[in-house]
Design a protein around this ligand. Structure first.
Ligand SMILES: Nc1nc2c(ncn2[C@@H]2O[C@H](COP(=O)(O)OP(=O)(O)O)[C@@H](O)[C@H]2O)c(=O)[nH]1
Ligand SMILES: [Mg+2]
Length: 355
């Protein structure tokens, strides 16, 4: 069989996480219309049975990453670090580009029919920001020694006759091994994409058990679903200043012959940076927090297959996005380490036996 790691890279909001979910058929990553939804790299595993005359059996580990943007806060730098780490161990890189944005960019770059009219200053500024962001993204590709595919996404939003010229002009930007147009939302082009990926993967064994579809622990997926609810329910800067930490996660005891589904008890803290943000998150008489909780609870119930009792509270942690220690403590890989530590402390008897 074939197997390998495929890093999914791109600017914020191009549809990386949507593609990951479409490929795995599971909700591995949260998705919203807001940029910087994904903060950690996370894996979604796709098992492909052999297809006669097309490809051998394969396990593809897709690694979703935070959107590449120039870092401002410590949190941003940590997110970029996640991108670098995803790029360290990979057999192939998919660079995603949003077709609608590219069309806009091409239109800005095209010579104006009325050469007398100068471009609006706002447009010029936007163009130069986009160009420098592109440059930053391409700079990450420069030292890679693996194939890079350009995946042009959201093609459901553009006209058919716009597609070929766009693919043509983008393929001149970099030495892409393939240029593949897709729509993750309409599941268009995914079979072709998978086939071309298997073509370039090395022969090897599975990295994950056959039925495991992600590397994330359930606790972290639950925290992410709560954060997704916050992103959907709040606006302004609140989504960017919010972080979720699961404080208690009590799995149901096996209840024999009960007609009702078992109940999982979860308690989580929502961190924000300022009192004003806390007030927004709680809302009048607690109404906002209630909505956030209700939305999250439904999704958590469908993830766990149990009923869920969800308790949320909001904590102000001034300037946490600039705090290295706090940002590190949010990473689930670090959280797992701490949990394991705590457990082993609890299991260690007070008096050590001596020989
Ligand atoms: N029309 C359309 N929208 C898409 C497609 N893929 C993603 N989106 C939308 O783009 C937005 C950002 O998606 P997300 O996967 O979170 O982007 P990410 O930041 O790159 O991970 C969401 O509103 C998605 O629903 C697509 O193929 N077609
Ligand atoms: Mg994402």
């Amino acid at each position: 069989m074939k197997s390998g790691f495929v890093a999914i890279l791109g600017r914020p909001n191009v549809g990386k996480s949507t593609l990951l979910n479409a490929l795995t058929g599971e909700k591995v990553a949260i998705v919203t219309a807001k940029p910087q939804t994904t903060r950690n790299r996370l894996a979604g595993v796709v098992e492909l049975p052999a297809r006669k005359g097309q490809h051998p059996a394969a396990q593809i580990v897709f690694v979703d990453t935070p959107g590449v943007h120039k870092p401002g806060t410590h949190l941003d730098r940590r997110m970029l670090q996640e991108v670098y780490e995803a790029l360290e161990s990979r057999d192939l890189v998919l660079v995603l580009m949003d077709a609608t944005r590219r069309i806009q960019l091409e239109e800005m770059e095209a010579p104006k029919p009325d050469a007398e009219a100068p471009a609006a200053p706002a447009e010029t500024a936007r163009k130069s920001v986009w160009a420098s962001e592109d440059e930053f993204l391409f700079s990450l590709l420069r030292n890679l020694d693996c194939p890079v595919f350009l995946v042009l996404t959201k093609i459901d939003l553009i006209r058919k006759d716009q597609l070929l010229p766009l693919m043509d002009s983008l393929s001149r930007r970099y030495n892409f091994a393939q240029v593949i147009p897709i729509s993750a939302r309409k599941r268009d082009g995914l079979d072709v994409l998978l086939r071309k990926i298997v073509d370039v993967l090395p022969t090897g064994e599975r990295y994950y058990p056959k039925d495991q579809y992600t590397d994330q622990p359930i606790r972290f997926m639950v925290a992410e679903l709560i954060r997704e609810s916050i992103l959907i329910e709040t606006g302004e800067e609140v989504p960017y200043a919010a972080a979720v930490v699961i404080e208690e996660f009590e799995e149901p005891a096996p209840a024999p012959k009960s007609k009702r589904l078992p109940l999982t008890r979860i308690s989580a803290a929502i961190y924000c940076e300022r009192d004003g943000q806390k007030a927004i998150l709680i809302g009048k008489g607690g109404s906002k927090l209630k909505e956030i909780g209700a939305g999250a609870r439904r999704k958590i119930e469908s993830l766990l297959g149990t009923r869920v009792f969800l308790k949320l509270h909001v904590i102000v942690q001034p300037g946490w996005r600039e705090s290295r220690g706090f940002v590190e403590s949010l990473d689930w890989r670090n959280q797992l380490e701490r949990l394991a530590q705590k457990q082993s402390n609890e299991e260690t008897p007070d008096i050590e036996e001596t020989e």
